[in-house]
Design a binder for this molecule. Structure first.
Ligand code: AMP
Length: 384
């Protein structure tokens, strides 16, 4: 074991699971969070105010690598940290791109990676003009025959900062434009065509500081109210899966290599009749890869730490078929979940609030039948 300390901005469940993975590798995660951060159960807590120079110095003492679980907060410190000869992974330049839907979509376009058609909404547009623009884009079907979705450039997640307008619906464009208008100037918005997809999936991959690359099979993702509820991997029952896997891995690899990316990355995609179209890139470990903790020889968390500390990447083989159920805004009694075969509860220890991700369950089975049976058993336990 190496006995390395990695500094991490953020103290949520992603940092918590990185901290858990680090123990196996001899890596301590120094997590900067608030006093009640759930990550602190598995990390070295750091609660002091980083804007104080002395505190900042002690935060980066003895570390060679810096990472973050939240792009926004991480970027605030990335420059200052790299000035201290500390590696910042994933690279801040790419995190900036991935955190801005306009830059992200332009980047995908430049690399020839399919994505939904889009345009920037002029930040100087007036409210009446916006009303006309939206009505026109929908009636001419210029971006898509199905309608459009307006998305804020920054800060939207789990469906926040998004407005969907479907062709054929009786839309009051004036009202929608009034709702969207405040976001047009700041943070800015793009409008993109709605994609007709058969399912949503993501590829999780990692590239190490030595240039090594590894990926897992695609995960199929199901959302409700734009929040991820279920993932399955490997996907089964999809005829052209091998072609989709090949395309997904190529996309992830190109993004990594073109950006000198280091760490775990997730690329969320729509499956369409023409193959994959990328919806979003997450420059970090991702909810749709949580199943890898039990479902793969190496988890996405362990792989991230291996990648950013220059260790050899781990084996990404699957241990059968996996499913993941997100626990969103519900309280779960962990007792009945103890010592079950193939059903693993991860309770983050956060205060339960509506729409908040407070835990997840990974389910692993040897066959589709076994997986289904265990998923049903887990859902049953959640409903009682
Ligand atoms: P996002 O925040 O971009 O991941 O979007 C949240 C969810 O909204 C996605 O998982 C999709 O289900 C849906 N969505 C986003 N963009 C589009 C689009 N262009 N066409 C169809 N559905 C979309």
């Amino acid at each position: 074991l190496k006995n390395i300390t990695v500094a991490c901005i953020g103290g949520g469940q992603l940092a918590q699971m990185l901290g858990q993975a680090g123990k196996k590798l001899g890596i301590t995660l120094r997590s900067s969070g608030s006093i009640d951060s759930c990550a602190f159960s598995d990390c070295e807590p750091f609660t002091k105010d980083l804007s104080d120079d002395e505190n900042f110095k002690s935060f980066i003492e003895d570390i060679s690598t810096f990472t973050f679980e939240s792009e926004h907060e991480g970027l605030e410190w990335a420059t200052k940290i790299s000035e201290n000869s500390i590696d910042v992974y994933p690279p801040a330049e790419f995190v900036k791109i991935a955190g801005d839907r306009l830059l992200e979509k332009n980047h995908l376009k430049d690399l020839g990676i399919p994505t939904a058609p889009f345009e920037l909404i002029d930040p100087e547009i007036g409210a009446a003009e916006l009303d006309r623009l939206l009505a026109n884009l929908v009636s001419t079907q210029a971006l898509s025959p199905y309608g459009v979705v307006v998305k804020t450039r920054h800060g939207g997640y789990d469906g926040k900062g998004q407005w969907v307008i479907k062709v054929g619906e009786d839309t009051d464009f004036g009202r929608v434009a009034t709702e969207i208008f405040p976001a047009i100037k700041s943070p800015g918005c793009i409008v993109e065509g709605l994609v007709d997809f058969s399912l949503e999936c993501s590829v999780i991959a990692a590239r190490s500081s030595t240039g090594e690359f590894a990926s897992w099979p695609l995960s199929q993702n199901e959302h409700e109210d734009s929040i991820l509820r279920f993932s399955y991997s490997p996907i089964f029952g999809l005829e052209n899966l091998p072609e989709l896997e090949t395309q997904a891995i190529k996309i992830a690899r190109v993004l990594c290599e073109e950006n000198n990316y280091v760490g775990t990355i997730a690329v969320e995609c729509f499956v369409t009749d023409d193959g994959l179209a990328v919806n979003e890139i997450a420059p970090r470990v991702h909810n749709s890869g949580h199943w890898t903790i039990e479902g793969s020889e190496t988890s996405q968390f362990e792989q991230h730490l291996r990648a950013i500390t220059g260790m050899k990447l781990g084996d990404t083989s699957c241990r059968g078929l996996s499913a993941m159920i997100n626990l969103v805004g519900i309280k779960v009694d962990p007792k009945p979940f103890e010592n079950l075969e193939g059903i693993y509860l991860h309770w983050y220890g956060k205060i339960v609030r509506k729409d908040r991700k407070v835990g997840h369950i990974t389910i692993v089975g040897e066959s589709v039948e076994e997986l289904d049976k265990r998923v049903e058993a887990a859902l049953e336990m959640l409903s009682t």
